[in-house]
Design a protein around this ligand. Structure first.
Ligand code: ADE
Length: 418
C-alpha cells in the first residue's frame, strides 16, 4: 500500500489516541456498527482531504467498515497529527498522505495521490480536492458520483463554482447541518482555539484585551470562551446585524484599527482575506499576539508584516516574533494557519462526533441518490440532521418531550386565531 507519512513507527501511539477519541464518539461508533452490518458503500472509492486527526481517523475507519476503499490526504499543511497518519496506514491499512509541516508542493502532491485512487465520492474540508479534480483532472470527473464538504470556506468556494457553471457533480454541504455548525464551529472552534493559543504561548487570558475578528458561528464561540476565561472581549465585524448581535451579547464592537491600539491578542475567524493588514500592524501595541483560526492562512497579511519588520526569530514552537522598525514586537502564531489544529488538536471528539456522523451518513446519501441529483450544492437532508441530534442526545442520556397529536394538528392549522 502506498502512503506518505512522517514516521511509521508512531503508529502505536497514534492507535492509542484514535481509540481514546473513539470513546467520545458514540454516534459515529453506532453508525460504524450499522455500516459493518449493512456495507452501504461496498465497492465505492472515497477520496478524502481532511485534517488528519484522531477524529478523522474514526471517520475513515467507519467508511472502511461500510465497504468503501478509502484514501486520505491533509486539508492543511500544519494540521496533521503524524502519529495518527502512521496509525491509519500501519494499523488500519488506509492509504494516507499527510506530513505535518509539509510544503505547498508536497501538500498538492498528496492531493494528487488521493486523486490517483480515482475516487467515486469526494470528502473535502476547504474544497481543495474538488478544485484540483476540476482544474487538473477533469477526465476523472466521470468517475465521481458526488461529494461532501465540511467547512464554511469550502461551501463558499463551491457556491462560487456553481455560479460560474463549473461544478460538475452534487456536493452535500455538511457545514450547513445544524448538528454541524451550531456545535463544531461554535463550541469546537471556541475551545480549541483557546487551547491552541494557550499551548503555543502559555499566556494568562484573565484581564487581557482579546479581539475576535468575525462574529459568525466560530467568532461567537471564541468570544464566549475568551470572556469565560476573564478576557475583555472586543468583536470586529463588517456585517451590521452580526455587529449588533455581538454588542447585545455584551461585547465591545469597534473597527479593527481602533481595537489594535488596545489589543493583547487578535484572532481572525472571518474566512476573508487580509483582515489584519499593514495599517493594523502599524497600530498594534508592543507584544501583541496575532493568530488565525479561519480555514486559510490569508486572513493575516503576513507579507506585509514581514515587510514592516527589521528582524524575525522563533520565540517558541510556532510562535514567530517580528520586530518592527521602531522596536515594537508582534507575535504571529502557527504561521497564520488554523491555530486550533496547528498548535492544539483541533475540535474535541465530542463535537466532531456529530460533524463526522453527518459526513458518514451524507456519503451514503450521495452513494444512494447521486443519480437523481444535478451538479450543485445541497443541504444535508433534514432527517439526517435530526437523526444525528437524536443519537447524540441518547448517547448523553438526555430525553426530550414529544408533540402531542393535538399540538401537531394545531401547528399545521391556520384557522385558530385570537
Ligand atoms: N476541524 C476542526 N477540528 C477538527 C478535528 N479534530 N478533526 C478534523 N477536522 C477538524
Amino acid at each position: 500500500m502506498i502512503s506518505d507519512v512522517t514516521d511509521p513507527s508512531l503508529a502505536e501511539t497514534g492507535l492509542a489516541r484514535v481509540r481514546w477519541a473513539e470513546g467520545q464518539m458514540p454516534v459515529l461508533r453506532s453508525i460504524r456498527e450499522r455500516f459493518t452490518r449493512e456495507r452501504p458503500l461496498a465497492g465505492l472509492r472515497v477520496g478524502a482531504c481532511l485534517h488528519v486527526t484522531t477524529e478523522t481517523a474514526n471517520l475513515m475507519i467507519a467508511l472502511k467498515a461500510a465497504g468503501a476503499s478509502v484514501a486520505l490526504c491533509a486539508s492543511n499543511p500544519l494540521s496533521t497529527q503524524d502519529d495518527v497518519a502512521a496509525a491509519l496506514t500501519g494499523e488500519f491499512g488506509i492509504p494516507t498522505f499527510a506530513i505535518k509541516g509539509e510544503d505547498e508542493l508536497t501538500y498538492y502532491r498528496h492531493i494528487e495521490s488521493v486523486l490517483a485512487t480515482r475516487p467515486n465520492i469526494t470528502m473535502d474540508d476547504g474544497c481543495d480536492l474538488v478544485n484540483v479534480l476540476h482544474t487538473r483532472h477533469a477526465a476523472q470527473l466521470e468517475d465521481v458520483r458526488g461529494g461532501t464538504e465540511a467547512t464554511t470556506t469550502g461551501v463558499i468556494r463551491l457556491r462560487a463554482m456553481v455560479r460560474d457553471g463549473q461544478l460538475r457533480f452534487p456536493v452535500v454541504a455538511v457545514n450547513e447541518a445544524l448538528t454541524k455548525h451550531m456545535f463544531d464551529n461554535r463550541y469546537g472552534t471556541g475551545q480549541s482555539t483557546l487551547d491552541g493559543l494557550i499551548r503555543a504561548t502559555n499566556v494568562l487570558l484573565a484581564g487581557q484585551t482579546f479581539v475576535v475578528c468575525g462574529y459568525g458561528w466560530c467568532g461567537r464561540g471564541l468570544a464566549t470562551r475568551a470572556h469565560g476565561m476573564g478576557a475583555q472581549v472586543i468583536v470586529t465585524e463588517v456585517d451590521p446585524a452580526r455587529a449588533l448581535e455581538a454588542l447585545m451579547d455584551g461585547y465591545r464592537v469597534m473597527p479593527l484599527i481602533e481595537a489594535c491600539k488596545v489589543a493583547d491578542v487578535i484572532i481572525t475567524v472571518t474566512g476573508d482575506l487580509n483582515v489584519v493588514d499593514k495599517q493594523h500592524f502599524q497600530a498594534m501595541k508592543d507584544g501583541c499576539i496575532v493568530a488565525n483560526s479561519g480555514h486559510f492562512d490569508d486572513e493575516v497579511n503576513i507579507p506585509a508584516l514581514r515587510a514592516l519588520s527589521r528582524a524575525h526569530r522563533t520565540a517558541r514552537p510556532l510562535v514567530e516574533e517580528y520586530e518592527l522598525r521602531d522596536g515594537r514586537r508582534i507575535y504571529l502564531l502557527a504561521e497564520g494557519r488554523v491555530l486550533n489544529l496547528a498548535s492544539a488538536e483541533g475540535h474535541p471528539a465530542t463535537v466532531m462526533d456529530m460533524s463526522f456522523a453527518n459526513q458518514a451518513l451524507c456519503a451514503v446519501y450521495i452513494a444512494q441518490h447521486a443519480d437523481a441529483l444535478a451538479p450543485g450544492v445541497y443541504d444535508v437532508p433534514e432527517d439526517i440532521d435530526q437523526e444525528v441530534a437524536r443519537l447524540k442526545l441518547a448517547s448523553l442520556g438526555v430525553r426530550i418531550d414529544e408533540l402531542t397529536d393535538e399540538q401537531r394538528r394545531y401547528l399545521a392549522s391556520w384557522d385558530t386565531g385570537t
